[in-house]
Write a protein that binds this ligand. Structure first.
Ligand SMILES: [Cu+2]
Length: 219
C-alpha cells in the first residue's frame, strides 16, 4: 500500500460518523463518611438501551469456607445457575431469601434452603445447585451459623457492575443521552434516590453517597 493510499484509508476512518459514539462512565460509591465502598452494585437505567453490553454471568459458584460465603457479594443475570460448595468440615444449612425492605413480601415466596454436609478429608466439598430466577438482591445466610452472611444481586439488565476495592465501577460504551444511576449496597436499607445524568461522548464521572457506613467484613 502506498503512503497516499494509507492516508486516504485513514481519512475514511476518521470521517466515520460520530453519532454512534459512546462514552465511559465511572461511578464512585462512597459511604456516609466519604470512604470508598466496595461490593456495591451500580445499575444504569437508560431509557432505551439495547442489550449491547456483554451479558452478566449466569453461572456462579459460592463456597462456604471458614464460616464465610465466598464471594461475599456476587452480581449475576436472571436465571443464574449457582453451585454452593461446602469446604468446611462441618455442616452448613444455607438459606436464601429476597433481601431488603422493598422485597419483604417476596421473601416468603422466593428463596431456597440447602443442606450441605461437611467436607470429608481428602474428598471434594459437598455441592448443591440453586437457581436465581428473580431480579433483585438476595440475602444468603446459614441456619446453623448466624454470623454467616452473603448476597447475590440478580440483575435484569446487563448495565450493572460491582464496585471494586476503590469503590469504583466503570461502564464502557454507554450510549449518549439521559441515564439514571442507581446503587444498591447490603447495608443501605433505605433506597437512595437515583442520580440523573446526561451523557455525551466525553468520559463522565458520578459519585453516589450512601447514608450509612457499611459494616466491615470479617477477614
Ligand atoms: Cu453454616
Amino acid at each position: 500500500m502506498t503512503l497516499r493510499r494509507s492516508l486516504a484509508a485513514l481519512a475514511v476512518v476518521l470521517a466515520l460518523p460520530v453519532a454512534a459514539a459512546a462514552g465511559t462512565l465511572q461511578v464512585s460509591v462512597i459511604d456516609r463518611d466519604g470512604n470508598p465502598v466496595p461490593d456495591a452494585v451500580v445499575v444504569l437505567v437508560p431509557p432505551a438501551f439495547g442489550p449491547v453490553r456483554t451479558p452478566l454471568p449466569t453461572k456462579l459458584t459460592i463456597t462456604q469456607e471458614k464460616m464465610r460465603f465466598i464471594p461475599a457479594v456476587s452480581l449475576v443475570g436472571v436465571g443464574t445457575q449457582a453451585t454452593f460448595v461446602n469446604n468446611d468440615p462441618w455442616e452448613h444449612h444455607v438459606r436464601a431469601s429476597a433481601a431488603g425492605v422493598q422485597n419483604f413480601e417476596a421473601a416468603s415466596s422466593g428463596g431456597f434452603e440447602l443442606r450441605l454436609d461437611g467436607k470429608s478429608e481428602g474428598k471434594p466439598g459437598k455441592a448443591a445447585e440453586a437457581r436465581f430466577d428473580k431480579p433483585g438482591p438476595v440475602l444468603l445466610g446459614c441456619h446453623l451459623h448466624a454470623s454467616m452472611r452473603g448476597h447475590v444481586y440478580v440483575s435484569d439488565t446487563p448495565w450493572a457492575a460491582l464496585t471494586g476495592a476503590d469503590g469504583h465501577a466503570a461502564f464502557e460504551a454507554v450510549p449518549e443521552g439521559p441515564v439514571k444511576v442507581r446503587v444498591w449496597q447490603a447495608d443501605q436499607l433505605i433506597d437512595l434516590p437515583p442520580q440523573q445524568l446526561v451523557l455525551g461522548a466525553a468520559p463522565a464521572k458520578a459519585t453516589m453517597q450512601l447514608s450509612v457506613v457499611p459494616r466491615r467484613r470479617r477477614v
